[in-house]
Design a protein around this ligand. Structure first.
Ligand SMILES: NC(=O)c1ccc[n+]([C@@H]2O[C@H](COP(=O)([O-])OP(=O)(O)OC[C@H]3O[C@@H](n4cnc5c(N)ncnc54)[C@H](OP(=O)(O)O)[C@@H]3O)[C@@H](O)[C@H]2O)c1
Length: 237
């Protein structure tokens, strides 16, 4: 029988690569984003992919997302909270509205998604949650203070929740990703990118597929003793 996973922010980048990884491994994949066109194309190749439109800023849309999922499965085996946005700029230039919006997507949405997925996982006494955090949540980045705060919060949420849910057989881990080659870093000039690469031990940005491989491992039985971990995946930054 298929195992099932929900991946948020699956229309491109790390989320899209994770979708492909899970589909190749034979999972049923529920994949959401605001723009699901790339996922609809992929679902022609993989009928076990169910793309669902969802703006994670809206709790009602998250409710609808789970209404659709429940039409297919009683419970999810895994949830990957991947959707995220960055904000680059000085903190004194950031409005409260921009702060709130970033926190809604990066921190509140994982809470709401997990809350909606938990009843099924608790009934089954098993499940896996993977949150995509960032090395900036650990180290902090200049001009990304709000983003760093959201990811630091997500990492702390992960550790606390792992303790709360371990007695119920549910594992919770996070990946503290370094610089990954996705549209999130498209704003970098060639010179800025080179500077960043020079700060990375392995001398290059990570590939989305490399993050996807770790996500898949964290959702598999091979990591059955791993919970509450914030795993750095940053090429030795
Ligand atoms: N790239 C990096 O260097 C890096 C490093 C560390 C951590 N991360 C984290 O990794 C995760 C994925 O990043 P990425 O690099 O793959 O970014 P990306 O290419 O920009 O993709 C972001 C995804 O999030 C979705 N998303 C954004 N706002 C949304 C909303 N309001 N509702 C629903 N979905 C929304 C986007 O879909 P739609 O626009 O179609 O809605 C898209 O699928 C993020 O949490 C990011 O913070 C990335």
């Amino acid at each position: 029988m298929y195992k099932s996973v929900l991946i948020t922010g699956a229309s491109r980048g790390i989320g899209f690569a994770a979708c492909e990884g899970f589909l190749k491994a034979g999972w049923q994949v529920f994949a959401c984003a605001r723009d699901i066109h790339p996922l609809e194309d992929l679902s022609k190749e993989y009928p076990s992919l169910i793309p669902i439109v969802c703006d994670l800023r809206d709790p009602e849309e998250i409710g609808h997302l789970f209404d659709v999922i429940r039409q297919y499965v009683d419970q999810l085996d895994a949830v990957v909270n991947n959707a995220g946005v960055s904000y680059i700029g000085l903190i004194q230039d950031m409005t409260a509205e921009s702060w709130d919006e970033l926190m809604e997507i990066n921190l509140r949405a994982p809470f709401l998604v997990i809350k909606a997925a938990l009843p099924g996982m608790l009934r089954a006494h098993e499940g896996v949650i993977v949150n995509i955090s960032s090395m900036w949540g650990t180290y902090g980045a200049s001009c990304e203070a709000a983003y760093s705060a959201s990811k630091g919060g997500l990492s702390a949420f992960t550790k606390a929740l792992a303790k709360e849910l371990a007695p119920s057989g549910i594992r919770v881990n996070a990946i503290a990703a370094g610089a990954i080659d996705t549209s999130m870093n498209a704003f970098l000039s060639l010179e800025e990118r080179k500077q960043l690469e020079d700060e990375i031990g392995l001398g290059r940005l990570g590939r989305p597929e490399e993050v996807a491989d770790l996500i898949l491992y964290l959702c598999s039985e091979k990591s059955s003793y791993l919970t509450g971990a914030i795993i750095p995946l940053d090429g030795g930054y």
